[in-house]
Design a protein around this ligand. Structure first.
Ligand code: ATP
Length: 348
């Protein structure tokens, strides 16, 4: 069992607030991803859970024990860092074994446990190599083996894939998901990559400037973003957002007219996802010259300018046109997300 409770947790350095009022219960065995842009407080939150950073306000509990004052080594958490943090003078075997030695675990069990962990991440043939003799992906697997060798209650992973190339990131991502499922440990994973968050998480916490913006399953966050920040952070491409005015249920912006909008008269930010709209046969809700056209292989992405915003729609892969050609886009009311024009909060 490892349920983690964060009760109004905050971190300040002088007057600067790194994390504000973080309040969440992370369920036993849950895979929770902290997602947000650089500097939003993800790492600080995780370091407070690990005990590497003091908590300025609030309480952290692991399995109902307040751990605020506990040393990192007494919290039964294992951390995997972006930088791997391996010991350069030790070979792979000794690196993986190190946590067992530090914690005084019966030496008679070490060999079996090291071998099991190494096999689990397919490092069996590299046990005698030093970190400098390994590739980036292999080093990261040593870091993973070192984290799993003592079967901790909680895994904390800080951008573990960011130093790997794109292909290796995808395969190591799958390996992490599989490991976490097998080991049944509670996992907290920090990333600024929304695709990693969406593919790995049971729940995602989206953060901005130290403040939690939304907590939810990947589907909830994708389908019902709480505000324009979340809407523009999740999805590839990000949600199209257009500033305009509603009059009598009709939303208007340059080149745009969408009827049937359920919002009072006044300014509004309207959003929709590129894959939910289509190219219209006749006239559509958006009629504008093409700004750019990208061939993606499985689709063609068309972009048009609406005021300041660039709005993208996925068309069929056979769609062909030139920059500057007029295009009509069908944006039915039911695919539209409505946000307050001032603070960006979701309406309804
Ligand atoms: P990144 O993705 O770049 O790692 P992050 O979301 O993990 O970013 P944090 O490292 O948690 O962000 O930092 C949150 C904020 O706290 C940042 O503005 C950072 O500059 C600030 N910060 C972090 N450590 C300290 C410190 N020791 N003293 C003062 N400010 C700090």
């Amino acid at each position: 069992m490892a349920e983690i409770q964060l009760r109004n947790v905050g971190k300040r350095w002088g007057t600067f607030v790194g994390v504000h009022n973080f309040d969440l219960t992370i369920a036993d065995k849950e895979f929770l991803v902290l997602l947000g842009p650089s500097g939003c407080g993800k790492t600080t939150t995780m370091r407070m859970i690990a005990g590497l950073e003091d908590v300025s306000e609030g309480e952290i509990r692991i399995d109902d024990t307040v751990v605020n004052e506990l040393e990192p080594k007494d919290r039964d958490v294992a951390m995997v860092f972006q930088s791997y943090a391996l010991y350069p003078n030790m070979n792979v075997y000794e690196n993986i074994r190190f946590p067992l030695k530090v914690r005084g675990i019966d030496p008679a069990t070490h060999h079996d446990r090291v071998m099991q962990a190494a096999e689990r991440v397919e490092l069996g043939e590299f046990l005698h190599r030093k970190p400098a003799e390994l590739s980036g992906g292999q080093r990261q697997r040593v870091a993973l083996a070192r984290a799993i060798v003592r079967k901790p209650k909680v895994f904390l992973m800080d951008e573990p894939l960011s130093n790997l190339d794109a292909k290796l990131r995808v395969s190591t991502r799958a390996q992490i998901k599989n490991l976490s499922h097998d080991l049944q440990a509670t996992t907290i994973y920090v990333t600024h990559d929304q695709i990693e968050a969406m593919t790995l998480a049971d729940r995602v916490v989206v953060m901005k400037k130290g403040v939690v913006q939304q907590v939810g399953s990947p589907t909830e966050i994708y389908d019902h973003p709480a505000n324009t920040f979340v809407a523009s952070f999740i999805g590839s491409p990000a949600m199209n957002l257009m500033d305009g005015e509603v009059t009598g249920g009709v939303f208007r912006a340059p080149h745009v007219e969408i009827a049937g909008i359920n919002a009072p008269d006044g300014p509004l930010t309207l959003g929709f996802r590129a894959e939910d709209a289509t190219v219209a046969q006749g006239s559509g809700q958006i009629n504008a010259p093409i700004y750019t056209l990208e061939l993606l292989g499985d689709a063609t992405m068309i972009s048009v300018r609406v005021g300041e915003a660039l709005v993208s729609v996925k068309a069929d892969k056979t769609y062909r046109a030139e920059i500057g050609d007029m295009v009509s886009l069908s944006v039915p009311t039911e695919i539209c997300h409505l946000f307050n024009a001032e603070d960006g909060a979701r309406l309804g």
